[in-house]
Unconditional design. Sequence first.
Length: 243
Amino acid sequence: MNAYSGRIALVGDRSPHVRSHVRVPGLLDRLRDRDNLDFDAYWIPTEQVDEALEGFDGIWLLPGSPYRSEAGAITAIRIARERGIPFLGTCAGFQHAMLEFARNVCGASQAQHGESTPDADDLLIVPLACSLDGHEGAIQVTPGTRAAALLGVERSMERYHCSYGLDTTRLDLLREHGLVFSGYDDEGDPRIAELPDHPFYLATLFQPELAGDGTRPHPFIRAFARAAAQRAVAGRGVIPAAT
């Protein structure tokens, strides 16, 4: 059987010191071997992001903040959101997806990330009360969401490497403009976000790429890859009609 193919942009400042970056090539191999999904993957440093990303079938914004170019990370998310390109954002990818949505959809143009601009007046991304760097944590999944359908469980244990998250006082602003929070920790803080009307848009504060020993890609990664393959099959830049 011929493998489905496509082009995935791995956006992030690649480093051998970031566990996520080291794990991803093996996950792509497993997707090819186990799921018949064979992709040309291109690492795109954040300072090299431009509108050419429109030509990719999937965009994955990987961990590794602070990014060398916050503007590049935000641009990658905007392109994926506006063009209907399958998008996965993990860890810092989640944080910057919240920034992009707040600035470009909700009108909060001055929203900032506390890691890069800690003294800003409008901090959307703030230090976590308890750092999750190197920890596992439980996720309560919201029934009826894409995340719930993919995971098939109401509670999941996931791995983190982060110290920043979303200011929970801003949840209503994001919700009012269509963002759905589909997973929370046991304290009720958001850990998964999605856009229901997008072909595939999922952001997680945890790192699904670190699940298990790397031999079985996390359901979110498999779903992202399938969405990218479907886009590739449908034709570059053409999104299948909703059914």
